[in-house]
Write a new protein. Sequence first.
Length: 67
Amino acid sequence: MFVRGRLVVKLPAPRVDELVAGGHGDRFDANKGTPMKEWFSLDPGSALPWPPLAREALDFAMASVPG
């Protein structure tokens, strides 16, 4: 999804930690005062390509669908 002009994706918490540590963005904060551990907000200035990141998020979401 796009929020405030940034791509926001749900990923496993360790992957979000890795992306944040790499300087690619921040944990997403839905304006509730607490960043979400499994949600990542990509910095528009990051050199990280967003299509593979979006695919990774889709794969993560699909892995939790029963059946």
